[in-house]
Each structure stands twice: as structure tokens, then as C-alpha cells.
Design a protein around this ligand. Sequence first.
Ligand code: BG6
Length: 299
Amino acid sequence: MSIMSVPALNAQFALDNALQFHNGPGGLVFAHIDNGLATARVCLQGAQLLDWQPTGEKPVIWCSNAARYETDAAIRGGVPVCWPWFGAHPHRRDAPAHGFARTALWRVIHSEALTDGRTRIDFELPCPGNTPFWPEGAQLQLSLTVGRTLEMALVTENNSALPITITQALHSYFVVGDIRQTQVLGLENCEYTDKLDGGHKQQSGAVFFDREIDRIYHSSDTLCVIDDPGLHRQIHIRATNSASTVVWNPWQEKSAAMADMEDDAYLGMLCVETANVAHDEVTINAGQSRRLWSELTLR
Ligand code: BG6
């Protein structure tokens, strides 16, 4: 389902071969980008990027082979937009985890072939107040710019009369060769909240993975690097207006317990999320906006 039909989307926003819209699994609509520099796929539900692969490289964004494609369900993988809360709702147990933006239907509002060959696509999610979990109003916009690098910009505009407070994440899932050999650099000495035991700790050295990891790094650097000897590459994640970085790998037991993840899939994936979460929440005054930005580059 989409607010606009696939023919209408193609009539208004297709860019020759570089951007086309298609119906896909579960009745969901997908934007396909293939501009010579890279390929990408975005589901209009959630404005969720599901793949990004620069030409000649292996896929960078991980998407589960067991992902569910259904209306109103979260898709396991890609870059879900967690908004206006990250994780559990601050007060309501019946609210969906990670907010409602990742399962909402977004509108395409702009597409553009840039002169350097990259493709830009912009999505909008109007959030009028008075929803059960979100009494305030806001306007959300996501811009994706796809080329040899991938840029993602999430702009929250407070168009209500009162300040709003949000937590948010570009919940990016990455492909790695073997999680047991992978490290995350750039978080050395950062304070973090360990979501597994609630402890407040300090990182010493690189982050490595030999068990489940679920951490919120605070005041994290503007550059994180996934160092992946298995695939002989590094993924550089630059961010602005991001006070937190979430690092998550579910490891064996949780991976096997998740219906939308294959049992051993944890070996080939890792989440490093550009975020403002927990006490790094963001308050935006009436009429103001806040832009969370991240850029991915392969080295
Ligand atoms: C991570 C959280 O960002 O997302 C984890 O830190 C959580 O605690 C994971 O398990 C996946 O969340 P979900 O709602 O997509 O299963």
C-alpha cells in the first residue's frame, strides 16, 4: 500500500533508469535506485533503506533473509528510522518499540539526479498531534543521497506551539564478514550505558564482539569506523547532531529466538546507530528544527 500508486509515483518522481518505483512483497512499495555509482532499495513504509551497494563492492547494508514484509510490521534490517522515541516508550507499555515512524507510510516529496551522478530522494511524514502516544505535533523529513557514499538526513521540525522532546536513531544494520573478527573504532574512552545490565561503564580500546552487545555510547565521536578484516574493508560512519551511538549485536541465543532472523545471522551483521537516545534526548522549541545526519563511506 502507498499513499500514491506506483504509476503515479513513477510519473512524478522516476528518474530514467536511476530511480523507479515497484510493488514488492507484502503489498509494500519500494524505490529502486541504480545510477551507475551504486544500487539501493528503499521501502516507502518507514522510508526504510534496505540495501546500499556501491558498484564493484559487496553489499554494505544488512537485511535479514527472514525479514517480514507486512503492513504495519517492522522490517528486520536496513536503516529503520526510530522516532519519536527509541526503545521502549518513556511511559506507555502498550506503545510500539522504537516509535511509530518505522512502520508508518511516508510520502515521497522530491527526487533529483545530482550533477555528480548521485540520486537524492526525500520523504515526509506529517505527524499531527493527538495520536495515542504522541500528543504533540511535528513534521519529519528524511533525505537519502545515494552514490559511492550514502548520506542520510533526518529533520524534525516542531510545527506545534510547545517544545517537544524526542529520542531518535538511524538504526543502521551493516554487513560484516565475521562479527568475531570485527571491531568498532572511534568509541575509545566513551562512557556508555550497558542495556544488558543497566550499568554505566567506560569503553577501553576498540569495541569487539564475543557475546551479545547492546550499548548506548554517550558523547560519542563524530566518526565511528567498522573495521572488518573478513571483508577487507572499513565502513566509516560520520555523523552530526548525534550525541549517542548505539552498538548492537544480538549474538546466538537472541538471534535464534527472533522469528525474522536466521539462527546464525548474527555472525554476519552489526548495528551501529547514529542517535540521540536515553539522557541524550533532544528538546526542540516551537518553530525550530533539528537535523540528524550521517554519511557512510567504504575504505
Ligand atoms: C537496538 C536496541 O537498537 O535495537 C536493542 O538497542 C534492540 O535493545 C534492537 O533489541 C532491535 O529492536 P527491535 O525492536 O527492532 O527488535
